[in-house]
Design a protein around this ligand. Structure first.
Ligand code: ATP
Ligand code: MG
Length: 228
């Protein structure tokens, strides 16, 4: 089954939507649109009556809502509804607040148990940087983290910061799909774009499409390809 990303124009790039129960990595440089994309994904889930979970670090629900306040895609209403649960796992001073997940095991086990027990259908994890607060060796433990998440019945977006589009890491290989946001210099001005780098089970062309930020949030123009 495919579900809408909630991002106007994006579903056209992936045969109409994202395959459910899969794990997707959303990557890109700072300010390229990763959090906005994921906020629209959660909002769509809430509108569909799905149970959603937004996991973040160093950020309160109010701050995230302020960041999205310039848009009219309904994030406020979604975040205030019972459909969306919000968990900030790392406080400003670096203190972990994993206790929200119960008391057994590390982050991986607790998060997976939480998703199962609450029948969560859409999950956003913003971002892989939070793993360093919970794992002694992220490189060694991230494989287990992703494998466990892939076993759940949730459709998961995992944000992974990445400044060099050519330096892929384990999460890009392990994920079912990878969506990359671009923010690059083009003749003196910055050009934004989105690229579906991989999407298992889906015919994609990997070309970069133009994106823009408007009232409806981030929008993809599926007809307009961007040259790098
Ligand atoms: N109306 C608007 N409201 C808020 N942000 C907007 C608006 N229009 C454009 N933007 C820009 O959209 C960009 C995308 O932000 P977003 O937080 O989604 O990026 P990100 O990839 O998550 O960044 P980071 O890696 O820093 O978390 C921001 O740099 C912001 O300036
Ligand atoms: Mg962000």
């Amino acid at each position: 089954m495919r579900i809408s990303s909630g991002v106007p124009g994006f579903d056209d790039l992936v045969e109409g939507g994202l395959l459910t129960d899969r794990l997707y990595v959303v990557s890109g440089p700072p300010g390229s649109g990763k959090t906005t994309f994921c906020s629209q994904f959660i909002t769509r889930g809430a509108k569909e009556g799905e149970t959603c979970l937004y996991v973040t670090m160093h950020e309160t629900k109010e701050e995230l809502m302020q960041d999205m306040a310039g848009y009219e895609f309904g994030f406020d209403r979604a975040m205030q509804s019972d459909a969306v649960q919000f968990l900030n796992l790392v406080t400003e001073n670096g203190k972990r607040t994993i206790t929200q997940f119960g008391s057994e095991g590390g982050l991986t086990n607790r998060l997976v148990a939480y998703i199962r027990q609450n029948d969560i259908q859409r999950v956003v994890i913003d971002s892989t940087m939070l793993l360093q607060h919970f794992m002694q060796d992220v490189d060694a433990e991230i494989t287990g983290f992703l494998s466990a998440l892939k076993q759940t019945d949730a459709t998961i977006l995992l944000i992974s910061e990445m400044t060099d589009p050519s330096s892929y890491s384990d999460e890009h290989y392990l994920a079912h799909g990878v969506v990359f946001f671009h923010n690059f210099l083009d003749g003196g001005s910055m050009t934004r774009g989105v690229q579906v780098i991989k999407m298992r089970g889906t015919a994609i062309d990997c070309d970069i499409r133009e994106i823009s930020f408007g009232d409806r949030g981030l929008q993809v123009d599926p007809e307009t390809k961007v040259d790098t």
